[in-house]
Design a protein around this ligand. Structure first.
Ligand code: PLP
Length: 485
């Protein structure tokens, strides 16, 4: 493969743009609402506004709020609107970050440093979070040398608060809950977690990256949502992404703290660098002004009424999807989703849900596969209102095609997901996943073909594992149960 080099002479702009368009042509079809995560689209007019707002502050850099006071004002006002929505008090503070992961990384760093300044901990500090909490917490634990202990879920997919209580120890520095969690779309028992934390003087972070700009409106639309925001006294901080259900441009998340006593542990300053005294509130150096302007513009232009309309449409689409799935006897939804995110699995042992996923992929749907238990995922937005019937029709066909054909579990992407979920040697699975990243970021930078990976004919170990898949499923289930004890 020849490697692209910088052209000696710049190419015509139209040609450059045409090539970009061509590159995007093979991507997942978000414009046709065929993606069930990743993209939040509120229509062409709204997107035009976001682009214009972004463009207005395209060059400005939030690194220096003294130079760009406009950006500090935009950030402060987005924080204030978010804090108002989530029932913050007069002392609520926060910042805009580049996304949910940055907000979570920062929250974890803040509580680590807070604990370091207050306590002399015996060994590594521990954070307790539900099994369903977003992986960004694992990443943060790895980056910041914390230990993340995952608490089991109850049958309704919410965290088992009794188990959290049993896991608390002198080394616990933080408890986390989700509102809602990404995998199943359910809100954890934040009030119960708050009670636990308050009794022990522990902080409680609520990850509302998906729910922050969704649940307040769902509640206003009359759906009872268990209390989870700053109205709950033990909640210390909340992550809430404007670039998800806030329908902003990518690169905007809020991290809010109940007060500055907490947030101050997040800040970084150094006084002796030859480049001058340097202070920074978050992870990044350069901060994109455009993303802040677009977040501000989304909130101001949609307003309460706009969000109620958009989320009302998404809720209605979700209701129709859930009813449609309930009418397919081979499938079942996990738990009772609180808003617009859910997962479903096969209740009929003759149906392999990953094979159903493959059939849906073949029809152009981009659906996330989940594990423990094996299930398919959907994050419903207003854009899906027009595709519910087509999705359900394809799903019914996919289930009928897959039923009674166990061999499909060992082919295509289904084989890959089955292996990844059930090979008991988790270290080996991790090594392979990391190898895939090395290939993706190697000199040729090729994205992996998951189906082909599983079916590589020369790989004898893979072939053997595929043959033993049903037995592996049993062993891995048993091991997971044992590990939890
Ligand atoms: C609950 C939850 N938290 C955190 C994140 C991470 O957000 P981001 O992808 O913006 O880093 C996600 C992403 O989907 C999420 O669903």
């Amino acid at each position: 493969m020849t490697r692209l080099s910088l052209p000696t002479e710049g190419r015509p702009r139209a040609e450059v743009l045409a090539e970009l368009d061509a590159m995007g042509r093979g991507d997942a079809d978000w414009r046709g609402a065929h993606t069930w995560s990743l993209v939040y689209h509120a229509g062409e007019e709204h997107t035009r506004l976001l682009r214009e707002a972004y463009g207005r502050f395209f060059s400005e850099n939030g690194l220096n709020p003294m130079a760009f006071k406009s950006l500090k004002r935009l950030e402060t006002e987005v924080v204030q609107m978010g804090a108002g929505l989530l029932h913050g008090g007069p002392g609520t503070v926060g910042l805009l970050t580049s996304g949910g992961t940055e907000s979570i990384l920062l929250a974890m760093k803040t509580y680590r440093d807070r604990a370091r300044r207050r306590l002399r901990l015996p060994g590594r500090a521990v954070v307790i979070a539900p099994e369903s909490v977003h992986v960004a917490f694992d990443k943060a634990a790895e980056y910041f040398d914390l230990r993340l202990r995952r608490a089991p879920l109850r049958a309704d997919m919410r965290v088992d608060v009794k188990a959290v209580r049993r896991m608390l120890s002198a080394r616990t520095i933080l408890v986390v809950g989700s509102a809602p969690c990404y995998p199943y779309g359910v809100v954890d028992g934040i009030e119960e977690l708050s009670g636990l934390c308050q009794a022990r003087g522990l902080p409680l972070h609520v990850d509302a990256c998906v729910g922050g700009f969704l649940l307040p409106f769902v509640e206003r639309l009359g759906r009872p949502i268990p209390a989870w925001d700053f109205r709950v006294p033990g909640v210390s901080s909340i992550s809430a992404d404007v670039h998800k259900y806030g329908y902003a441009a990518k690169g905007a998340s809020l991290l809010l703290y109940r007060d500055m006593e907490l947030m101050k542990h997040q800040f970084f300053a150094t006084t002796d660098w030859c480049g001058g005294v340097f202070a920074s509130p978050g992870l990044l150096g350069t901060r994109p002004g455009g993303a802040y302007a677009a977040a501000w513009a989304a909130l101001q232009s949609l307003g309460e009424r706009g969000y109620l309309e958009l989320h009302g449409r998404a809720l209605d689409a979700t209701r129709r999807l859930l009813e449609g799935i309930a009418a397919i006897p081979e499938l079942e939804v996990l738990g009772a989703p609180d808003a617009t995110i859910f997962a479903y699995r096969a209740r009929d042992p003759q149906v392999n849900i990953y094979a159903v996923g493959d059939r849906m992929t073949a029809r152009g749907w981009h659906i996330d596969r989940q594990q423990h238990p094996a299930c398919l995922h959907a994050m419903v937005t207003q854009a899906h209102a027009g595709v519910v019937d087509a999705y359900l029709a394809d799903l019914r066909t996919a289930v009928a095609e897959v039923k009674g054909r166990p061999e499909l579990a060992t082919q295509g992407e289904a084989a890959m997901y089955g292996l990844v979920a059930h090979v008991p040697l988790r270290g080996m699975v991790k090594k392979n996943v990391l190898r895939m990243l090395e290939a993706m970021y190697g000199p040729e930078g090729t994205p992996p073909d998951l189906g082909a990976e599983a079916g590589r004919p020369g790989d004898r170990l893979t072939q053997l594992a595929l043959k033993a898949l049903p037995r592996l499923e049993k062993v891995s289930g048993l091991l997971r149960r044992l590990r939890r004890r």
